[in-house]
Structures are given as structure tokens and as C-alpha cells.
Design a protein around this ligand. Structure first.
Ligand SMILES: [Zn+2]
Ligand SMILES: [Zn+2]
Ligand SMILES: [Zn+2]
Length: 361
């Protein structure tokens, strides 16, 4: 994630709500992927980092969900690009649900920022009622017949996250119980978005044959594969071919895990470049040199973390077969960003903020 500069010269980080040097309040313009200082002109906000400093409004979730994203002053949208995608939020009168919702929206904003950075189309349910992207944040429910468990997952554009994942103690307990090396909210968002973009960019399209060659045949029965995985665990040699144990469960999971790692890596490399840790670079057709740079950098990242007594943030090994999968993800993303997969990017070079239709819930 790149950093930004305030009008006073101070460095600003994604998620900052106020410049710590000059105390100006800040807002994020998702269509431009720009964190901007704001000027309050008798109640009207102006984005100082944008050309002509247009009028903007706070997302309607500014207070309730601490959303710091902006909408165009002239737009009829109440909610920002990220908040518009949420269909169901938890009952905010219950326990820590408001805190969990804020954490989920924060992770989702980070994901949407990834998608905008890569030039991927973010199509909401209004533009595509059948397969547009939407999120349900749901809690397990007590019913007369017992507890109705919510499974985190994806179904034709609908991403469901069990809000218990936003409870650090719960999530860490699950991580240890399942023997996972890594479990985070952003990781969930990135993984589930992988299932979504598989449906949009691979299923039934020109990349399907290449997908099957690298990841295997997804027509293998999913329910059987998952049962086998949870009953018997991963194949003993999963490390040679997959980025994680879970990725070995089924080609769809392999893809979603690889996709999530592609987002981890490309985001981390952008951060590293922003801080001058890696030489500046252009987007390349071949992802292999970038993976080599990431190999060096992630080793340093892990070593630095050990120096301050923290567990490895990137406890993964990218073997040659995994690198080939990541390269295929890269090719498909580049293809989609160029608009040649039929759904042109709607947000990468958006020339104006005057986009959009009516607000969603
Ligand atoms: Zn400042
Ligand atoms: Zn918002
Ligand atoms: Zn999955």
C-alpha cells in the first residue's frame, strides 16, 4: 500500500483519519485511490489532493462504522464504493458487534483498494443483480433447534463472513485448532474475493484450460473433496505443490489461496517500493522476477519480525509449481485490467467523481 503526502508535507498512511502534523482531517477517494487532506469551507468539504479540489461528502457510515472514504459532492450515493457492497450487517445492539462490524468494513476497504489498484472491475449488485459483488456479515444464531452456524464463504457474488472472525481471541483459537500458519480478516476477504473473480474471469472463459492445467480439474466434486480434507487432512506432500495445506483440498481452494497470496504480494511490494526498499518497477508481463524480489523481501520481513519477538508474518514457501500458479493469476488479472475479459475496469482511471446511480443498502 502506497503512502501519501499531506499539503503540509507530512507522510500519510492509508487508514489515517487526521494528519498528525497539521491536524487536518483526511478522507480517501476510492475511485482515485488517493488519501486527501480536506478543507472545510463552511460545512462543504473539498478534497485538496484532487485536481480543482472538488466538493466531496463523507460516506454515510462515517460515524457508525468509522468509514473515512468519500463520495463525490454531486453523487446521489450515500455510501462509498466499499460500504455500498455490504448487504447485511450484524445486530449492532448485541455485545461487541459494532466493533466487529468496523473491523470487517476496515478489512473490506483494504480489499477494495487492492481491486482498484489492480484495475479489476468492482461490479455491485445494482449493476449485476445476479452476479454482482455483495457482502453479508452474519453471526451464529441460537434457534430452538440449536445453534445455526454461519460458514464463511462465497456463492455467486455473495461473500458471507462469520463476524466471529473479527474477534481476535476466537480467530486465533480457530487458527491454532486448525493448525493454520496464518488467519486474518484481510486474508479472508482476499481469499473469498478469489472465488468471486474465478467465477467472473475464469469460469467458462478463455483461461479455463490454462487454469485446469495448473490447478487441476475443478469438476471434482467439491463436497467430497472437502469432507476428505477435514477427515484425513492434507496430502503429506502438499508443501511441494500448494501455498497452504488448505489449498490442497480442491482446485477452487487452491485458486482462492493463490489469489489471496497474489494480493498479499503485490500489495506488500507496493509498500516496499514506496519506502524505497525495492527498486522502482513497472508492471511486467512475467511475474517471476517480482516473485524473486518478494522471496528476498519476505525473508527480511520474517527476520526483522523475529528481531522484535514477533512471529513470522509470511510463513510460506513459494515452490516452482506455486510460482507458476501465481504467474497464471497475474496473467488473468492483467488481462482483466486491460478490459479484454469482457468486463472493463470501471474504476482504475475513472476521470471524474461524478459516477454512479442510487445508493445501495
Ligand atoms: Zn498535514
Ligand atoms: Zn464507506
Ligand atoms: Zn475458499
Amino acid at each position: 500500500m502506497r503512502t501519501y503526502r499531506c499539503v503540509c508535507g507530512n507522510r500519510l498512511h492509508f487508514g489515517n483519519t487526521r494528519c498528525l502534523a497539521c491536524r487536518r482531517s483526511l478522507g480517501f477517494v476510492p475511485e482515485w485511490r488517493l488519501l486527501t487532506p480536506l478543507e472545510d469551507d463552511t460545512g462543504r468539504l473539498h478534497a485538496l489532493a484532487l485536481p480543482d479540489q472538488p466538493e466531496v461528502r463523507r460516506c454515510a457510515n462515517h460515524q457508525s462504522a468509522h468509514c473515512d472514504w468519500l463520495v463525490a459532492g454531486a453523487s446521489s450515493d450515500r455510501l462509498c464504493l466499499a460500504c455500498r457492497l455490504t448487504q447485511t450487517i450484524p445486530d449492532l445492539s448485541v455485545g461487541n458487534n459494532r466493533l466487529y462490524w468496523r473491523r470487517l468494513e476496515s478489512a473490506k476497504r483494504y480489499l477494495i483498494c487492492d481491486l482498484v489498484r489492480l484495475g479489476l472491475p468492482v461490479v455491485d449488485r445494482h449493476r449485476d443483480p445476479e452476479r454482482g459483488l455483495t457482502f453479508d456479515f452474519l453471526a451464529d444464531q441460537e434457534t430452538p433447534d440449536g445453534v445455526r452456524r454461519i460458514t464463511t464463504g462465497h456463492d455467486r457474488g455473495r461473500i458471507t463472513i462469520n463476524i466471529a472472525e473479527a474477534d481476535d481471541v476466537h480467530r486465533e483459537r480457530v487458527r491454532i485448532t486448525l493448525g493454520e500458519a496464518y488467519r486474518t480478516l484481510l486474508g479472508h476477504m482476499r481469499h473469498e474475493s478469489g472465488h468471486y473473480y474465478w467465477m467472473r474471469l475464469v469460469d467458462g472463459g478463455p483461461w479455463l484450460a490454462a487454469f485446469r492445467e495448473r490447478f487441476g480439474d475443478e469438476r471434482r466434486r467439491y463436497a467430497d473433496a472437502m469432507r476428505a480434507y477435514y477427515d484425513h487432512g492434507p496430502a503429506a506432500d502438499w508443501r511441494a505443490r500448494h501455498i497452504s495445506a488448505y489449498a490442497s483440498a480442491h482446485p477452487w481452494e487452491d485458486w482462492a489461496e493463490s489469489w489471496a497470496h497474489y494480493l498479499h504480494i503485490t500489495d506488500a511490494m507496493e509498500t516496499a517500493r514506496d519506502f524505497g526498499l525495492v527498486a522502482p518497477g513497472e508492471r511486467e508481463d512475467d511475474f517471476t522476477p517480482e516473485l524473486e524480489r518478494w522471496g528476498e523481501l519476505s525473508q527480511a520481513l520474517n527476520a526483522l519480525s523475529r528481531s522484535v519477538g514477533v512471529a513470522d508474518p509470511y510463513p510460506f514457501v513459494i515452490t516452482p509449481p506455486v510460482a507458476e500458479k501465481l504467474h497464471l493469476v497475474h496473467q488473468i488479472v492483467e488481462d482483466a485490467a486491460s478490459g479484454s475479459l469482457g468486463s472493463p475496469s470501471n474504476n482504475r482511471f475513472s476521470p471524474s467523481l461524478q459516477a454512479s446511480r442510487s445508493a445501495t443498502k
